[in-house]
Design a protein. Structure first.
Length: 407
């Protein structure tokens, strides 16, 4: 099987509109969560989120196109543009050998929400003819392929908050087995609207720290009370080793292994023995032909929910032992980007690998029992990361994990 290399990355999220801004925010442990500004949330039980503020899509993409795609697709295109440009790849002559897999947990929900209001208030004749293509979860992948003329396999992955790690794993699989030479992979999400917030709040899944938003996302802390919804996108360029070397590409890292499974247990709760999350980490390590001792950092899924964080800590403890590996969760700073979370957090770990640090988690004040037994990074540390493991878990019991390391 062919080796799979990462040669480009791009992101837009609450901590920055590009990789450089994101990197600076990670180094300074900036928390990108605040009171919602895109609409009046005063009637909602949850009034905080991680927004991409002052985003003007026409500054990044064609104005006409920007009006015909949902905000999540706009984010995907912005992140893909940065990733492709940073890779310095030329698609001429290889268009049918390039896959595009941009995942999303909820797709164009803002379009659906908006057009439902139009339908109720103004009638069927006023519904936009672009509504259906704008709301489809596969349209971010479709738009990227149209803009760049890419004719290889093109689809989306929808597996809730595991979606974008599934996208990376599937892109890796396509390259390994020779179906394509290049894969543009990642995830995008834009669901900060009253209805999704009301729905997650009804499940008791969201933090209600409305008066202290910077303290709301607190993975592994005893006083956590739920996750904070965020938005944005993260995209990677993957290439086969031979293709990347032939064009003398700058290599950021290598995707060394992946694992995918399901708890088959509950709609939204992880298995109480963390069987699925333990198994998926072992799968990824085995696929990478690595031992736990080879991993320097576990970039956790840890969303700041009471049950999820505790069980992920238990799984890490069972596999890696007491204090044997650095552990952090980028959601402490960004909040939870749902289907885009895994890709954005992979980019965070790639930045840490490149820059020689591991970002801290400023709201980790009182770790719970399992968390206190593992080496969670509260304050940023300087450290050379050679290999990291990235977890993503989603409603429906979906578990996905990748191992990424230096090439």
């Amino acid at each position: 099987m062919r080796r799979v290399l990462i040669t480009g990355m791009g992101t837009i999220n609450p901590l920055g509109k590009n990789v450089e801004e994101f990197s600076n925010s990670l180094k300074n442990t900036v928390v990108g969560i605040d009171k919602i500004s895109s609409f009046d949330p005063s009637d909602l039980p949850v009034q905080i989120a991680g927004e991409v503020k002052n985003f003007k899509p026409e500054e990044y993409i064609d104005r006409k196109l920007s009006k015909r795609i949902d905000r999540y697709s706009q984010f995907a295109l912005v992140a893909a543009k940065e990733a492709i440009e940073s890779s310095r790849i030329n698609f001429e002559g290889i268009e049918d050998r390039v896959a595009v897999i941009i995942a999303s947990g909820m797709g164009g929900f803002l379009t659906l929400d908006n057009q439902n209001e139009v339908f109720k208030k103004r009638g069927a004749n006023r519904v936009s003819p672009f509504m259906i293509p704008m709301l489809l979860s596969n349209m971010a992948s479709g738009v990227v392929s149209m803009v760049y003329g890419l004719k290889g396999p093109n689809f989306s992955v929808v597996s809730a908050c595991a979606s974008s790690i599934h996208a990376i794993a599937l892109g890796t699989m396509l390259i390994r087995h020779g179906y394509v030479d290049v894969a543009i992979v990642g995830g995008a999400e834009a669901t900060i609207a009253p209805l999704p917030i009301a729905g997650f709040a009804a499940m008791k899944a969201l933090s209600t720290r409305n008066n202290d938003p910077k303290k709301a996302s607190r993975p592994f802390d005893k006083d956590r009370d739920g996750f904070v919804m965020s938005e944005g996108a993260g995209v990677l360029v993957l290439e086969s080793e031979d293709f990347a070397r032939k064009r003398n590409a700058e290599v950021l890292a290598e995707v060394k292994g992946f694992g995918m499974n399901d708890d088959a247990y509950h709609f939204s709760a992880p298995h109480p023995e963390a069987t699925g999350s333990k198994a998926v980490m072992k799968m990824a390590l085995n696929d990478a032909k690595m031992e736990p001792s080879n991993i320097d950092l576990v970039s956790c899924h840890a969303t700041s929910t009471p049950v999820g964080d505790e069980l992920e800590a238990k799984a890490i403890l069972d596999i890696f032992g007491d204090k044997d590996v650095f552990v952090n969760s980028t959601k402490a700073l960004t909040g939870h980007l749902l289907g885009a979370a895994g890709a954005v957090e992979t980019i965070a770990a790639l930045i840490e690998m490149k820059e020689g640090f591991i970002h801290g988690m400023p709201n980790l004040e009182n770790p719970d029992e399992n968390s206190s037994k593992i080496n969670i990074v509260k304050d940023s540390v300087n450290y050379r990361v050679n290999n990291f493991l990235k977890n993503s878990f989603g409603f429906g019991g979906h578990n996905a994990c990748i191992v990424v390391g230096r090439y």
